[in-house]
Structures are given as structure tokens and as C-alpha cells.
Design a protein around this ligand. Structure first.
Ligand SMILES: [Ca+2]
Ligand SMILES: [Ca+2]
Length: 199
């Protein structure tokens, strides 16, 4: 964390904030927390003061050689759940849906990384009758007839489901898992120095 703060470098050597950005490091956040539920703490670094394309939340663990290993890199603003589930929202919504597109990740303890297993976006017919490929609104999937459906992409491929079915599917994925409260702290000298008192 001293390197992130003092040298503006992420663990992979890339700049935390672009040099010409003139950002405020204290607007970025970090946390030490067992977010994946494997019993060991991870280092989370969330770069939020940057260009859109540079905004990212990274999760690192310590590998067997005490090197930081990347478990996940996503856009900031994700939700973290018990059992190693993450709902990562997309940086932009370029769909016809009010539903903000997101991907679901699950921690894989064998590979020691998060693996994306589903992605979702919505389509509200009132925002467009055809998609960007010119395909028509999938009326057959709109079972409740309210003009809203969702695209679900997972191991079974892509399919359209009703917006109500999405809620059922989501409940199955999460299984009532509790949303975690990540103890984020601003990346400041004071907070980083305080780490030495806790290790
Ligand atoms: Ca962990
Ligand atoms: Ca519907």
C-alpha cells in the first residue's frame, strides 16, 4: 500500500491514476478483508479518481510466495456477497433496458481466482423495438406482457427471459447469501501507516 500511495503504482506496476490526471489519491479506497471467504484476507484496491477507462476495483491475495496475485478486476461499485459471489455492474448501460447490466462472478478456490459465470442486461420495449443488430423485441419471452425482458448469458448460452423470471433466477444464484460490508478506507498516509499496527 505504501507503493500505491507513494509511487502511484498498482501491484502489477501500472499507474494507479494517470500522471496527467492530477487526481486525489484520497478519493481512491482500499480494504483488507476476507472477501472471497477462504479464511485469508485479501487486499482490495478501488481506483475511483481516474478516467472512466482507468476506474477499477482489484482484489489481490498473497500467493504461496508472498506475492500479490490478482483474483479479480472489475469496475467500481460492485456488490460482494458471502460465499465468494460478486455482482459487478458494467461501466456503461448501452442497452434498451433500465436494468443496469451486470456480471456475476464466483470465487473458485481451486484456481484461486474469481470466475465470471453469468451476465445480464435488460430490454424495455418502450426504449426500442429492435436491437442494434436489427433483431426484433423477443415478445415470446415477455410472459407478463409488461414490455420488459432480460438477456441471460451463462454456461447454457444466451437466452431471453421475462423480467419476473430474472428475479427467480437471481434468487437461485444468490441462495440468500448475505451482502458483505467491505471496510473501505481512503488511501491516505494515515490509513496506510495504520496497517503496520494491525499486521
Ligand atoms: Ca480470502
Ligand atoms: Ca416482462
Amino acid at each position: 500500500m505504501s507503493i500505491v500511495l507513494g509511487l502511484n503504482r498498482m501491484p502489477d506496476g501500472s499507474e494507479v491514476m494517470p500522471e496527467d490526471w492530477g487526481g486525489d489519491m484520497a478519493k481512491n479506497r482500499f480494504a483488507i478483508y476476507d472477501v472471497d471467504g477462504d479464511g485469508a484476507e485479501e487486499l482490495l484496491i478501488s481506483v475511483e479518481d481516474s478516467y472512466m477507462a482507468g476506474m477499477r476495483t482489484m482484489i489481490y491475495c498473497l500467493d504461496d510466495n508472498f506475492q500479490l496475485k490478482e483474483e479479480l478486476g472489475i469496475f467500481p461499485g460492485a456488490e460482494y456477497y458471502a460465499g465468494g459471489l460478486v455482482r459487478a455492474y458494467a461501466s456503461h448501460n448501452q442497452t434498451h433496458g433500465v436494468l443496469w447490466p451486470y456480471s456475476l462472478y464466483r470465487y473458485d478456490p481451486v484456481q484461486n481466482v474469481y470466475v465470471q459465470f453469468a451476465s445480464v442486461y435488460g430490454w424495455d420495449k418502450e426504449n426500442g423495438d429492435t436491437d442494434y443488430n436489427g433483431d426484433p423485441f423477443p415478445t415470446a419471452a415477455d410472459r407478463n406482457g409488461n414490455g420488459s425482458v432480460a438477456s441471460l448469458q451463462d454456461a447454457e448460452g444466451q437466452r431471453w427471459i421475462d423480467d419476473e423470471e430474472l428475479g427467480v433466477w437471481e434468487a437461485e444464484q444468490f441462495g440468500g447469501a448475505e451482502q458483505l460490508v467491505i471496510p473501505w478506507q481512503a488511501i491516505t498516509r494515515e490509513n496506510v501507516d495504520a496497517l503496520w499496527d494491525t499486521v
